[in-house]
Design a protein around this ligand. Structure first.
Ligand code: PMP
Length: 438
């Protein structure tokens, strides 16, 4: 069983020191627990399905580094491969064999013809957009409210007041000029897409979407939405970009592509393909990718792109991610969903669980009389957020580490065994009661 976390002194002390040298004490905002309150836990170790913090508290991990740790933490074969690679040197700024092997693995698993490696999902989507604009000679892009594609300026755009409006900056520091070419539409809304193309069709370079959104909670595409987007793009001379940074190599061997089979013009990947190191990629049609430097004229580069350590970690992870691993991930995710539902039902807590393969999230809704399905960002925003906060902290106290935000997917690893499921089950009863008490 996981130790019940009861000390946070060391985490609190580190957080105070971190806050003195880093804004908000963290290097990526969601880690600060702002949405749920309390002391962010500073982790010091991971082993299999668990992570341990500096106070010695051990948690069953349902964040998995926000996706990468598909096989769990410190997998012996990944660690051995990385150690061997590190012993030979860490970076040369030249081509290396592991990046070729990782490129071949990605091409074999997905519908992309060619792939370019980068170091973060943000870089992947930013570069895919530039390539789409360079290839089409057009400026505008379409994105969906509630989809996150990293902190790319043009994609940090919020929807205006109408359904088809040009985006307004989603954060200070992004200029109106930057988002003027971004059209933000409601997710799963085919009519809005059709209307946007009717108005701006010959100016739209690309539509970018999460293959199955996980950044507003899990909100899967409905009514063949991706196929509709792909066709609309093709009909209008635009490119369809499917962002599989979160879903790629996680939901299936390929990603959400393995579920709906829609072939995009360009795809973006990250997380699992780096095995816990900074590696990401974008790829797609050979004729489009041929526009990339040095073959073509669209510039894109990176000092550490295809880094030998990151590519070794990613390649080893992907090679270990067999069909049996994906079958286990699916089963584990289904079991956890059913445990959560049972516990919440027992306490009469209204909720909706949505899943895309093994990726799922729990929405605490006002009542079960409302819509049974969250289709878009407006629906995701109708959650009872304080209820999630109470649930989150009770789970943490029970030794289960959930994403510290109601707008995130839960990530499972293949290292979760029956004991781990039992730990989740025993944490759930008090957590459901805590949610009911809000
Ligand atoms: N796209 C999607 C769908 C993501 O979920 C994320 C990260 N959560 C990104 C892009 C950005 O990736 P990174 O954090 O590596 O920049």
């Amino acid at each position: 069983m996981a130790a019940v976390p009861d000390h946070t002194e060391q985490s609190a002390a580190l957080f105070a020191r971190a806050s003195a040298v880093t804004p908000g004490g963290v290097n990526s905002p969601v880690r600060a627990f702002r949405a749920v309150g309390g002391v962010p836990r500073f982790m010091t170790q991971g082993d299999g399905s668990h992570i341990t913090d500096v106070d010695g508290n051990r948690y069953l991990d349902l964040v998995c580094s926000w996706g990468p740790m598909l096989l769990g933490h410190a997998h012996p074969e990944v660690i051995a491969a990385v150690q061997a690679a590190v012993a030979r040197g860490t970076s040369y700024g030249t081509p290396t064999e592991p990046e070729v092997l990782l490129g071949e693995e990605i091409v074999a698993r997905t519908p992309v013809d060619k792939v370019r490696l980068v170091s973060s999902g943000t870089e992947a989507t930013m570069s895919a957009l530039r390539l789409a604009r360079g290839f089409t000679g057009r400026a505008k892009i379409v994105k969906f409210a509630g989809c996150y594609h990293g902190h790319v300026d043009a994609l940090l755009a919020q929807a205006g007041s109408g359904v088809i409006t040009l985006g307004i900056p989603g954060t200070p520091g992004v200029t109106e000029a930057t988002t003027a070419d971004t059209i933000v539409l409601p997710y799963n809304d085919q009519a809005a897409v059709t209307a946007a193309f009717a108005e701006y069709g010959d100016q739209i370079a690309a539509v970018i979407t999460e293959a199955s959104p996980g950044n507003m909670g899990v909100v899967p595409p409905l009514d063949n939405f991706n196929a509709f987007l792909a066709k609309t793009c093709t009909d209008n001379g635009a490119l369809f970009i499917s962002d599989e940074v979160m879903t790629g190599f996680r939901i299936t061997r390929s990603g959400y592509y393995g579920v709906d089979g829609v072939v995009p013009d360009l795809m973006t990947f990250g997380k699992v393909m780096g095995g816990g190191f900074p590696a990401a990629a974008f790829g797609g049609r050979a004729d489009v990718m041929a526009h990339l430097a040095p073959e073509g004229s669209v510039y894109q580069a990176g000092t550490l792109s295809g880094n030998p350590i990151a590519t070794t970690a990613g390649l080893t992870t992907l090679r270990l991610a067999t069909d049996e691993v994906y079958a286990k991930l699916d089963q584990t995710a289904l079991t956890i969903q059913s445990l959560v539902s049972t516990a919440l039902d027992k306490e009469g807590v209204p909720h909706v669980i949505q899943a895309a393969g093994n990726l799922f999230s729990v929405f605490f809704v006002e009542s079960t009389d409302g819509p049974a399905e969250i289709r878009d960002f407006a629906g995701a925003n109708a959650q009872v957020l304080p209820r999630f906060g109470a649930f989150f902290h009770a789970m943490l106290d029970g030794g289960v580490y959930l994403p510290p935000s109601a707008f995130e997917a839960w990530f499972v690893s293949s290292a979760i065994d029956d004991d781990g499921l039992a730990e989740i089950e025993s944490a759930l009863a008090p957590a459901a009661a805590a949610a009911a008490a809000v």
